[in-house]
Every structure is written in structure tokens, then in C-alpha cells.
Design a protein around this ligand. Structure first.
Ligand code: FE2
Length: 197
């Protein structure tokens, strides 16, 4: 049962959060755990890999009972992209399938936005970090116009319920709460069944 990889991962993140390590340590050790999770693409159930022609999908895979972290599968249909947006909490982004482009932004003193670096191409297996401390505003898009890409994200909150903002290059921030695309979550806990395999 490949889903045990996801269970082990959320256990590792819970242990890390429990340890009280500072954010730099959390991002470093969390990135290590996420790289291990996305090294092999055999554990994500089919229900959480389905693109929609309407918009990119955000499937919640796990939420900590105290909302200290959440794990989300982002499914990008061909050419789909986010608006420029922030997170307000730490986050780790790991590409499981395909590739994506991420462009970093920051706010100027007067509230306007500037792009702070070149758009980066993230290939499968690669992990990137965001946080208010190191920069948490970006725009992300599928690197492909002809196929789906999937990335696995971990955030330091129940991200679908967090009040955050999208940005246009000139206008004021627009409040948004992303929500999730799914109503049911993968079952990580059927341990008896796993022991029979
Ligand atoms: Fe993001």
C-alpha cells in the first residue's frame, strides 16, 4: 500500500512541528521529507490527480487536527496558472509530476509589487520554500501547454481556510480564501489491510 508513504510523511511533519524547531530548520528538514515523498510517484490516489478544465485543483490530502499544517495536491491542467498571491505562513512546494514555473514577487514600501527574480522552472523531484520571512508572494503556472502537472504542497496552517491576498501588478491586494476542490480525503489509516500485503 503506497499510501503509507503519505502517512509517514505527515507523521514526520507532525514530529517536526512538535519539536519546536525554528522556521529555517523546519523548512530545511521539511524539504528533506518532502523530497523523499515525491522521489517516487506511486502513492497519490487517482481521485487526487484529476485536472479540471475550469481551473487548477487543490485537493486537501491531510490537515493537522490543530491546523498547524496541511498537505495539498495541486493539479495543473495544460497552461493553467495562479494569480500573483501570498501565503502568510510557511510553505513547501514539491513537484511530483510534470514541471511548473514559479515567479517571485515582493511588495514595495508604497504597496506596489515588483518581481524579485527570474521565473524558475521546477522539475519533478524539486522542492521550493516560501514564507513571510524569505518571501511568500509568487505566481505559479504549469510548464506545459499539453499535459497535466502535479505538485505536493505543505503549509504551516489549514491553508484552504487562511485569509490571504491575490495581487495585480498595479491594483490593491484582493482578499481571498482558497478553499479546497475535494469533499473527502485519502484514508491513511487502514493499517490492518496493509499488514496483509
Ligand atoms: Fe503559492
Amino acid at each position: 500500500m503506497a499510501i503509507d508513504k503519505l502517512r509517514r510523511f505527515v507523521g514526520d511533519i507532525a514530529t517536526l512541528v512538535d519539536s519546536g524547531v525554528n522556521e529555517a530548520g523546519l523548512l530545511e528538514q521539511g524539504a528533506h521529507a518532502l523530497r523523499e515523498l515525491i522521489r517516487v510517484d506511486d502513492w497519490l490516489p487517482d481521485a487526487y490527480v484529476q485536472p479540471s478544465v475550469e481551473r487548477y485543483q487543490q485537493f486537501l490530502l491531510y490537515a493537522d487536527a490543530r491546523e498547524r499544517f496541511s498537505v495539498v495536491s495541486f493539479v495543473w491542467g495544460p497552461g493553467q496558472r495562479t494569480p500573483i498571491h501570498d501565503h502568510t505562513v510557511w510553505g513547501l512546494i514539491g513537484v511530483l509530476r510534470g514541471a511548473e514555473f514559479a515567479a517571485p514577487y515582493a511588495r514595495n514600501g508604497d504597496g506596489t509589487l515588483r518581481q524579485t527574480g527570474a521565473e524558475v522552472r521546477l522539475e519533478a523531484g524539486h522542492v521550493e520554500a516560501v514564507s513571510p520571512g524569505i518571501g511568500d508572494i509568487h505566481r505559479v503556472r504549469n510548464a506545459y501547454d499539453d499535459r497535466t502537472s502535479i505538485s505536493i504542497h505543505v503549509y504551516g496552517a489549514n491553508i484552504g481556510a487562511v485569509r490571504r491576498s491575490t495581487y495585480s501588478p498595479d491594483g490593491p491586494p484582493k482578499p481571498f480564501i482558497s478553499g479546497y476542490s475535494n469533499h473527502t480525503l485519502p484514508n491513511l489509516w487502514d493499517l490492518g489491510k496493509e499488514q496483509h500485503h
